[in-house]
Design a protein. Sequence first.
Length: 259
Amino acid sequence: MKNTLLIFVTMLVMQISFAQQEPAFGKGEWFKFKMSYSGFLKAGNATLTVNDSKLNNKDVYHVVGKGWTTGMIKWFFKVEDRYESYFDKKTTMPYKFVRNIDEGGHTKDIEIKFDQKNNKAYVNDKKHNEKSVVNTRPNIQDMVSTFYYLRNNLDTGNLKSGDEVRLDMFFDKENYGFKLRYLGEEVLNTDFGKVQSLKFRPYVMAGRVFKEEESLTLWVSKDKNKVPLRIKADLAVGSLRADLAAFKGLKHPFKIVVR
């Protein structure tokens, strides 16, 4: 049960060719998610924070994602995850990615530096003391920067139910072709009231974590923020749900249909 992997897999959202005129996010944006396992058992929390930073004299956003188990689950499956992405403020192309996780004893400590000009990824696997260079696809994204890149490039007005969009992402040490299907609109009951949302079906890798390719469903707010509201997944064992529990620093008004 990889609770924060779910949060960040859902960040692998849509590649649309038309950019919205205004940025969807900015410095100071913060999300907190509450996780539940099999519909009733509290599983943990996750946060995403956007900060300003500089990397090699370039102005970048530094996004930090954290996830951890809580309650009863923590005693038999402890999770402490940290994801970081440094990406260009204008293009949202990533320059550096960090994945440091401990999920029930399954650990990884990986740092990736991207050469977007020459389509290279310099991978430093610190756990195994291994370094490698991998050819990447043009305009490659990491698993965190993808969410922010696509929030700025999502043309919801042209989406039709059944439409599929694709994205190239680099995950750990390899290129990954991601596909997602748009399922239409839905008014979603949240902790903040009823919110008009857009519903998507990301295709994931079936196997150790997910039950099948269509195990994941994602809802995002139908406004300029594109806020992730809910994620549901059928896992190899049980199911997992993540709901937005708190937020601050949104760049645009958060629209609520009924409180």
